[in-house]
Each structure stands twice: as structure tokens, then as C-alpha cells.
Design a protein around this ligand. Structure first.
Ligand code: AMP
Length: 328
């Protein structure tokens, strides 16, 4: 699929000596895996090219997948090809220097709300951005080189963005891509331990918040995590934000939402929305957000907006349940 665009991207990469990779703010496993995996593929294939991944806020997690690169002067971007991975809109690109690149390529699997890039390869039905990078490698596998480390990076994104190959976007192509990575050699015992073992502090936090989950009239589970709770358990914002997944297994609650206080002067609250059966992205889009149909994010300010968002999600679930069978 999209062979002509992939070929254009390959030709652009071949034409440039300097390639800068970009990702979205608060990068998740798919975003970190896709950027570090593609960087490794490009470096291995073209040792003479400069391929850099600079993030002003490098993620503290995913250290087992290596590190990003040190910042470079703004002028170094001017003659570069920029490749932005896993990022729906430019306002979410972590490194603002993307704007200085001579040309920009977008490679993404989110619903595109504000298009950008000289070349845009977007496949919103893909289960992960890493799957697209694997597809790119597979398409040109006679020309591109991959290492076990790159395979581990890409496998990480495939595993995390699919809930361990569980979400509905997973199809035969996903599994063929994953199989190709396993053939390269991924230490899955180590990888799953790195990803899913929890610290004692996180487990105590989980016990604390499980008792605080609330459910709306029609079945939206929700949690609010304030700064004090994050401090009480010594958790980073990112660690506290993982609480959204604690609500994913409640029968009848086909939508679940975590509100996490960001702790900035404006009092912003990060919103993580998830659902099964009923797409919930329209709610996120009404509150400065977006993402995927069943997994999206937004930002709200104040209790009134929290209440309004919950009311909208509750109405969406009510309408869905009234018009569909088979949900659980
Ligand atoms: P999160 O809950 O932050 O993991 O977000 C779920 C998905 O929605 C991820 O693919 C994010 O990249 C995307 N997303 C989160 N927040 C936003 C936003 N404000 N705008 C667009 N996409 C978002």
C-alpha cells in the first residue's frame, strides 16, 4: 500500500546528507520506538549520513532502548531533511527546530486534523507508527539494513500501541511485521520485563486509586489524579498517567477517562480517553485534543470543563448503548 509515497520518501532520504528526526511531546513507546528504530536503520544503511534525534525533553522511560542525541545549533537544521514520526499536528512536535528543516516528511498513523509536510505518509488504520517503519523497511529490505537493536525499538512500539497485540487495529499485516522483527532477533523476555514490571511505589499507587474510580450514569469510568497524590507516591506525571489502563477491564464501562493535573501555572489537566466499541475521539477534539478513535488525549482547565467533558462522554456512551448490541 502507498508504494509511490514510500518510494518518494526513500529517494528524499537518499538525496540528503543530514536527516533530523522528530517526535511528539510526552512520547510513548510507539513514538520512542519508531524514532530510535528508524534512526538506527538509517545509520546502519548510510554510515556516511548524519542522522540525529533531538528532543528538548528526552523521555526518562525507555532507557533500555538507548538515548536521544545532544542538541545541535539551529543552523544545522537548515540543510536537513526532517522526518516527523507519530505526530498528528505541528503544535505537538517536541523539538520546534523542525521549522528550520529544508523539507519535512510526515510519517504517522493518527487521524490527521491539520495536515503538514512536503510529503505526508499517513495510514490511520495502522495499529502503530512502528508498524509503518517496519513496513517501510520490508518494502525496501534489499536496500535498508536493520539491527537487533532497531528491531527491539520497533517491536516495543508495536507491543505498547496495540496493548500487546490486543486492540482491534491489529490484523494479519501487524503480525507479519512483528514476525519479521522476531526473525531479526528480539529478546522478548527482557523487553516484556522492561515494559511491564512495576515498582512497589507504583503498585501502592494502583491500590490507592483503584478505590477511587468513579462511574457515570451510563458507564464512563473516570479518575482524577491531583499533584498531591503524585507527590505522595513519588510518581512522575508520566507514571501517574498510566492509571488510565487501570480502568480498561470494567464490564459495561465502554469508555474510561483519566484526568491528571499537570501542575503548571495555568492549572491545566491532561486527559487520557480510552474506549472499546464506541469511538471517543470526537470528545477529545472538543477539548483541544485528538488522536485515535479509541485512544485519544485532550487538555482541560478547571472543574467545569472536566464536568462538561464527562457529560459529553456519558451522552456518547448512552447513545451508543441505545443503538448498538454486542457491547460488553
Ligand atoms: P495518550 O493518552 O496521551 O496516550 O494519547 C492517546 C493518543 O492520542 C496518542 O496516540 C497521542 O499521540 C494522541 N493524542 C494525545 N493528546 C493529543 C492531542 N492533544 N492532540 C492530538 N493527539 C493527541
Amino acid at each position: 500500500m502507498n508504494h509511490a509515497i514510500k518510494l518518494q520518501i526513500l529517494e528524499k532520504i537518499e538525496a540528503y546528507d543530514r536527516i533530523m528526526l522528530f517526535r511528539h511531546i510526552r512520547p510513548d513507546g510507539d513514538c520512542v520506538g519508531a524514532t530510535r528504530g528508524l534512526r538506527e536503520i538509517l545509520r546502519q544503511t548510510w554510515p556516511g549520513k548524519t542522522v540525529l534525534l533531538v528532543d528538548p525533553n528526552p523521555p526518562a522511560s525507555f532507557a533500555f532502548l538507548g538515548t536521544d542525541d545532544a542538541p545541535v545549533p539551529e543552523a544545522d537544521y537548515a540543510d536537513a531533511l526532517g522526518i516527523v514520526l507519530d505526530t498528528a499536528s505541528t503544535d505537538r512536535i517536541a523539538n520546534p527546530n523542525y521549522a528550520h528543516c529544508r523539507e519535512l516528511i510526515k510519517l504517522d498513523h493518527h487521524i490527521p486534523l491539520t495536515p503538514y509536510g512536503d510529503i505526508a505518509w499517513v495510514e490511520e488504520e495502522r495499529a502503530s507508527c512502528c508498524e509503518m517503519v517496519v513496513d517501510f523497511w520490508q518494502t525496501f529490505r534489499d536496500r535498508l539494513k536493520i539491527s537487533p537493536h532497531a528491531a527491539a525499538c520497533l517491536y516495543t512500539g508495536m507491543v505498547t500501541d496495540t496493548g500487546r497485540f490486543r486492540y482491534h487495529e491489529v490484523n494479519g499485516e501487524t503480525m507479519r511485521c512483528a514476525a519479521a522483527l522476531l526473525d531479526v532477533g528480539v529478546d522478548t523476555d527482557n523487553l516484556f520485563a522492561q515494559l511491564y514490571l512495576e515498582s512497589y511505589d507504583v503498585l501502592r499507587f494502583k491500590a490507592h486509586v483503584l478505590g477511587r474510580i468513579q462511574v457515570t450514569e451510563h458507564g464512563v469510568a473516570h479518575l482524577f489524579i491531583d499533584r498531591a497524590t503524585q507527590a505522595q507516591f513519588g510518581l512522575s506525571l508520566e507514571q501517574a498517567s498510566a492509571c488510565v489502563s487501570y480502568m480498561d477491564g470494567i464490564r459495561g464501562c465502554i469508555c474510561w477517562i483519566a484526568f491528571i493535573e499537570n501542575g503548571d501555572a495555568e492549572g491545566s489537566v491532561r486527559v487520557r480517553l480510552r474506549s472499546r466499541f464506541a469511538p471517543v475521539n470526537s470528545v477529545a477534539e472538543h477539548y483541544r485534543g485528538g488522536g485515535h478513535a479509541f485512544a485519544c488525549g485532550a487538555t482541560v482547565y478547571g472543574q467545569d470543563e472536566i464536568d462538561a467533558l464527562l457529560a459529553e462522554a456519558d451522552a456518547l456512551v448512552r447513545d451508543y448503548k441505545a443503538t448498538h448490541d454486542g457491547w460488553l
